[in-house]
Design a protein around this ligand. Structure first.
Ligand code: NAP
Length: 335
């Protein structure tokens, strides 16, 4: 399967590396980035053609499928171009920056008649999250009542501004909870907390968000993108007879001076390294079978609708009013 990659920044570069050396049955044959120097450097990893425009990647007859790893505000238009060309696409999150734009991708896919779009919610491929999902599916903790989520980064680049901790970070918690619980989120409330002096004034950081599901489960999600000490993602589901918590992989423990120090990953690349490989492999396998099985355009739309409500919240409870779910997406809680 020949893959074209649009956007060769942090995650695009790693996706090119993974598709080149870790994913069976796929290779990168075309790339594009507005930063041509970066595109040439990253394209060389795979021996790929460097195109002049993003749409040239989509239209390249030698490209069977596309990965979109450019900034979020470019995603919806590029995903629409892929659907129009009938090409499968793995679009990094968020699917779009507004729910309206995300819904257009859903509608285009419905008109096309089969799924082509997978959204890069790679936590669904993480071993720890899958164990939580299995425990819930097996009824081991009874009925879920509450979920506690934590999403902390050491720091973020200067391009991470405004409400991106909601639109770009919280969106992972939103998708993970929708997937774990098998329910839509129907309301979001952002609770005011003090601003960290270590965060840029361009951001509100940390954020504390309450999400409510359609059957009344409440999720509290902390997003803190300047936590400094490490990359720390937690999730604990509290049920009627027990709880299940995400097992964060450790990079080793040091016992010294009467204490034990458990090392943390320092960034998302390290923490979810295997999940990204497994996500790409599952995507490539599905595309080669002529199917699409991972997080769908509907999942991308629903998650964006929730983060949009969170952005609008400013302390008040905002309802999330989703469009009617098309039958194309019925019964899907994959992978
Ligand atoms: P990044 O390092 O800034 O890379 C984005 C690249 O795309 C940059 O080289 C940028 O060039 C380029 N670009 C800008 N406009 C473009 C366009 N119209 N067409 C093609 N390329 C364009 O950002 P990143 O961290 O890799 O993030 C990229 C996307 O992946 C974001 O949507 C982000 O949310 C998502 N992401 C997902 C995960 C995950 O866990 N699933 C993790 C990280 C990122 P300039 O720098 O010159 O603008």
């Amino acid at each position: 399967m020949n893959v074209g990659v649009i956007g060769t920044g942090m995650i695009g570069t790693e996706h090119v590396r993974r598709l080149t050396s870790r994913v069976a049955g796929a290779r990168v044959t075309a790339v594009f980035d507005v930063d041509t120097t970066r595109a040439v450097t990253v394209g060389a990893i795979a021996g790929a053609t460097v195109h002049r425009e993003a749409h040239d990647v989509v239209d390249d007859p030698a490209v069977d499928a596309v990965v979109i790893a450019s900034p979020g505000d470019t995603h919806a238009d590029l995903a629409l171009a892929c659907v129009a060309a009938g090409k499968p696409v793995l679009c990094e999150k968020p699917l779009a920056t507004t729910s309206g734009a995300a819904l257009k991708v859903v509608e285009a896919e419905v008109t096309y008649g089969r799924r082509l779009v997978q959204v890069g919610f790679m936590r669904r491929y993480d071993g720890g999250y899958r164990q939580v999902k299995a425990a819930l599916a097996g009824g081991r903790i009874g009925d879920p009542l509450l979920v506690h989520c934590v999403h902390r980064n050491v720091s973020v680049p200067p391009t991470f501004t405004g409400d991106m901790s909601l639109t770009d970070s919280l969106v992972h918690e939103v998708d993970a909870c929708r997937w774990l619980l098998g329910q839509e989120i129907v309301a979001a409330t952002v609770v005011d907390v003090p601003h960290s002096p270590l965060a840029s004034p361009e951001l509100r950081d940390p954020r504390l968000v309450l999400l409510e599901t359609e059957r009344g489960i409440v999720v509290d999600a902390e997003v803190f993108v300047n936590a400094r000490y490490g990359y720390d993602v937690r999730c604990e589901v509290v049920g009627t007879t027990g709880t299940v918590a995400l097992d964060a992989p450790s990079t080793g423990a040091v016992a010294l001076d009467g204490g034990r120090v458990q090392a943390l990953a320092m960034d998302w690349q390290a923490r979810f390294a295997q999940a990204y490989v497994d996500e790409l492999q599952a995507w490539a396998d599905a595309v080669r079978r002529g199917t699409a099985e991972g997080p769908s355009a509907w999942d991308g739309y629903a998650a964006t609708a929730v983060t949009e409500a969170a952005v609008a919240s400013r302390g008040t409870r905002m309802r999330v009013d989703l469009a009617e779910r098309p039958s194309l997406y019925e019964g899907q809680s994959s992978p």
